[in-house]
Write a protein that binds this ligand. Structure first.
Ligand code: GLU
Length: 296
């Protein structure tokens, strides 16, 4: 029997310059891959073509090389994998767990306000209101008519239908193996709670995928065995596990690491110069200084 090599990945979006939070994530993945005698991959998450730019991708490679990291080539670029996401979306659609919704952002905001006036309306773990619409009840002919008319739409996961589909699955109730921890110290076998996210967007008319769908498809396509990333994505793991079970993809082990916060206790932004790797390098910092700074 062959044993799959432990495979780690760092998956930045080229929509800005890397900061010390990225350095922590990238170095941790690299170190763990080394310790396991495994593989370290770089994945460029550039599905948002409006915000991602080639010069940021070049800068990412420069900064990571400067940190002393080396990764396998070719690098997977999400913008080159749209066909794989379309195939996953087709598979989900064939299961009857996907539907188009046609509300604009303004309409959604209005519906949420209406629901909130009538009582509390739930928010997802990131604080955004759950989808308030009822597009899953729309007649098939009406859906087809709107799509044919060129109306913009989002393809959503029908959470209730998806959960019903996996209810009798051997892996139900869903869990994941967490070797790091969540924001409240969750570790070990963690119960997944995808319902907390409501009917998430899987794709849009103009973009055949979303962060959640691509990350799950890519981790499987690249045979990633260990996902090591920031705690800000801990709650999203519930969605990733659901999609993995629906699509019959293997479950990696997860390790969510602490986030590096700024002096005000906020998440670092790619635009904050003080913590940018390029600025620190220009200011004379060495890669060893960066490792110390992030506590490695
Ligand atoms: N592209 C995501 C980010 O830059 C990371 C995705 C992941 O590690 O799953 O935050």
């Amino acid at each position: 029997m062959t044993h799959a090599a432990a495979t780690f990945r760092f998956a930045p979006s080229p929509n800005g310059f890397l900061h010390i939070g990225h350095a922590l994530s990238a170095c941790l993945n690299f170190d763990l891959a080394r310790q396991a005698g495994g593989r370290f991959l770089l994945r460029i998450e550039d599905i948002d073509q409006a915000r991602c730019r080639p010069e940021f991708e070049t800068a990412i490679a420069e900064d990571l090389s400067w940190l002393g990291l080396a990764w396998e080539t070719p690098v997977r670029r999400q913008s080159e994998a749209f066909e794989a996401y379309r195939a996953a979306l087709r598979a989900l659609d064939a299961m009857g767990v996907v539907y188009p919704s046609f509300e604009s952002r303004a309409e959604i905001a209005r519906l949420v306000a209406e629901r909130e006036r009538a009582g509390a309306w739930p928010r997802d773990p990131d604080g955004a209101p759950l989808y308030p619409g009822q597009a899953n009840r729309m007649e098939v002919a009406e859906r087809a008519r709107r799509i044919a008319s060129g109306a913009p739409y989002a393809l959503r996961l029908d959470m209730a239908a998806a959960l019903a589909r996996i209810a009798n699955h051997a892996l139900s109730p869903l869990t994941w193996v967490e070797t790091g921890c969540g924001p409240n110290g969750e570790t070990g076998i963690v119960p997944a709670d995808p319902a907390a996210w409501g009917d998430i967007v899987l794709a849009r008319k103009e973009t055949p995928t979303s962060y959640h769908l691509s990350v799950v498809v890519d981790d499987a396509a690249q045979a990633v065995t260990h996902v090591v990333r920031g705690q800000d994505l801990f709650a999203a793991t519930s969605i990733h596990r659901l999609l993995q079970v629906l699509l019959d993809l293997p479950a990696p082990t997860y390790r969510h690491h602490r986030l590096i916060l700024d002096a005000q206790g906020n998440k670092l932004a790619k635009s904050t110069r003080a913590t940018g790797l390029r600025e620190l390098r220009r200011g004379g910092a060495s890669h060893a200084d960066i490792r110390r700074l992030v506590g490695l």
